[in-house]
Design a binder for this molecule. Sequence first.
Ligand code: AFP
Length: 338
Amino acid sequence: MDHEADAYRTDLMTITRFVLNEQSKYPESRGDFTILLSNIVLGCKFVCSAVNKAGLAKLIGLAGETNIQGEEQKKLDVLSNDVFVKALVSSGRTSVLVSEEDEEATFVESSKRGKYCVVFDPLDGSSNIDCGVSIGTIFGIYTMTHNDDPTTEDVLKPGNEMVAAGYCMYGSSCMLVLSTGTGVNGFTLDPSLGEFILTHPDIKIPKKGNIYSVNEGNAQNWDGPTTKYVEKCKFPKDGSPAKSLRYVGSMVADVHRTLLYGGIFLYPADKKSPNGKLRVLYEVFPMSFLMEQAGGQAFTGKKRALDLVPEKIHERSPIFLGSYDDVEEIKALYAAEG
Ligand code: AFP
């Protein structure tokens, strides 16, 4: 990147302008998606600002404790959820919301309903909050296909029916990565403008990578194909170099690195968690959607991840996602097992 030229860039492609440009390709479009997205962006900006202040707030006793008026302060993940739910409902463009924080789906009252359903994890990787490591928000968007009252069936659909997905990473910079089904684009928050600016157009994941990302502490409980695959990463027998291991423990950070540098992210099934840990609707599907849109693959150990049909809103699934060739290898190991 030419940083000097960048410093003087005057033609700023904000995320709103980008989505409006996309929208203009569809003459029938009435701007509903743009409005929905601007509310998601608002939620992300709020969480970004709250995350940036988290360490300081803790220092002066503002987070997760009792404040001066004796009121219990909300934890960051609960607060983030409240902000997203309120922003999405008030957008007037949603009918069903599923959040990692809420056991039940939220059905928007009829006067505020719109044509979209949003599944999201407002603050993923929350165990990393207190040590200031990158965390994120993940979201996926479906459209309503009828005008009757919404039900959970409106979101219990395969990931390949999502119309958009994305994540926002609260890291050394705040970055929003979005796909509306025509590739993947990354926007970085310029804090002085309060705007997400297109900085990573048309992201493509390298066809093969040299990093694997997994919680190896679970290795004793893995199945055969996962064990063989990780062994192969560390001790390749075909003369290729061993892969490096990187694991943050925040899906957004681990997937973001995988998307940009290539390689593979694994959260497999194991003896203790036969369905893995990650949630289908708001972790596995959005990330799989982005991976495929960037030229990678996402596999559950049995099938293409986006072809799963969830039966419950908080269902889990094993997941292997990343560079095309790396996922091909794990698919071959599962196929060989039969
Ligand atoms: P937390 O929100 O409890 O920190 O979990 C994060 C997460 O859902 C996902 O972001 C990580 O990829 C994964 O769990 C990490 O799980 P392990 O701690 O079992 O490795």
